[in-house]
Design a binder for this molecule. Structure first.
Ligand SMILES: [Zn+2]
Length: 373
């Protein structure tokens, strides 16, 4: 029996390092979760994802409920077995992707009705149904259904949207069936307004969750606003519970958020960039399609231990993308996921050694060596 529990072992300023204990294993925090949209981290085997040091991955309820279906995954032994990932899995609620991907979506007080982007079939998601689907998937961490308040929003619209999300959080809590080592996270909304964020936190803490996510950010407001919202929100959150900033971000975003007390992240950036020839490295962002790499025999990043960097040259990676070989996206995705995991490992040890600010300054100086191309 494993109790779902976040143990903080070190702090440096607002930043924390620790371990999240779950039914499916431990997650060192701060942690980055590679996104396994449709039961796969795109272009990587599960072994490759594990080899980068990733301890937890994210699955998308919207994609999995439509194809292959949550009931089918349950009959096949759950998402862990289905995708060969025995470790912890966090699933989102499906709400965000319905609003960004589905056709003819209609939100009402009780849930959202939408048409599949795959075949036009009609589906309905309520807080209880989302929690039930995540249970069928056997998610280690279940997320409440919420409305990601669009940006920008007026204070009145942001308040109404946040109130809806808080009702749905209560309904999600009532639908959740607690199991040892499994957790349910609430999601703080309130747009860019500090009073609304604080009220959202108070409501969620009153309901009681195993962790708290901050939603409604990284949707166009810009990094300075994201950080301002974190500064206004994080101090209200319970110190012992894990804090998850949804959908963030670039390495620079992650470092700034860790310095503000965030423990968990997810983002499609490393995997999506890998498929489009963009590499995140200790020297900044490289576009491997650029002709200046055609004769470059150097490794992509000489401090990285991934196969793209230890076995190949920038010239070879450039060639793979020019020739549209699928190994190019595979190698660059592996590298980017490795780079993000190395960054998290560096942040964790810097917090433990109480030298986070120096680590962050050195990382930013490194990224500035390469102009984005
Ligand atoms: Zn690499």
């Amino acid at each position: 029996m494993t109790e779902f529990h976040h143990r903080i072992t070190a702090t440096d300023g607002a930043a924390r390092a620790g371990t999240l204990h779950t039914a499916h294993g431990d997650v060192p925090t701060p942690a980055f979760m590679p996104v396994g949209t449709a039961g796969t981290v795109k272009a990587m085997t599960a072994d490759a994802v594990r080899a980068t040091g990733a301890a937890i991955v994210l699955g998308n309820t919207y994609h999995l409920m439509l194809r292959p279906g949550a009931e089918r995954i349950a009959q096949l032994g759950g998402l862990h077995r289905f995708m060969d990932w025995p470790g912890p899995i966090l699933t989102d609620s499906g709400g965000f992707q319905i609003m960004s991907l589905a056709k003819l979506r209609k939100l009402d007080a009780d849930g959202v009705t939408f048409q599949s982007h795959l075949d036009g079939s009609t589906h309905r998601l309520t807080p209880a149904r989302s929690v039930e689907i995540q249970h069928q998937l056997d998610a280690t961490i279940t997320m409440v259904l919420d409305e990601c308040t669009p940006f920008p929003a007026t204070p009145d619209d942001a308040f109404a949207s946040m109130q809806l999300s808080m009702r749905w959080a209560q309904q999600s809590r009532e639908a959740f069936r607690p199991r040892d080592g499994y957790g349910l996270f609430g999601i703080v909304q309130g747009s860019i307004y500090p009073e609304l964020r604080a009220e959202s936190v108070r409501t969620l803490v009153g309901i009681g969750f195993d962790g708290y996510a901050i939603g409604g950010l990284a949707i166009g407001e810009g990094q300075a606003t994201t950080f301002a919202v974190l500064d206004a929100t994080v101090p209200h959150l319970p110190a012992d519970a894990p804090r998850y900033l949804m959908g963030v971000g670039t390495p620079d975003d992650i470092v700034g958020a860790v310095q503000r007390g965030i423990d968990m992240f997810d983002c499609v950036i490393p995997t999506r960039a890998g498929r489009t020839a963009r590499a995140y490295t200790s020297r900044g962002v490289f576009n491997l399609r650029n002709a200046r790499f055609a004769d470059d025999a150097a490794p992509l990043d000489d401090v990285c231990a991934c196969p793209a960097c230890t076995r190949h040259s920038r010239a070879y990676l450039h060639h793979l993308f020019k020739a549209e070989e699928m190994l190019g996206p595979m190698l660059l995705t592996w590298h980017n996921v490795q780079y993000y995991q190395d960054l998290m490992r560096g942040l964790r040890s810097a917090i433990t050694d109480r030298r986070l600010d120096a680590y962050a300054s050195a990382a930013r100086a490194g990224w500035a060596q390469e102009e984005p191309s």
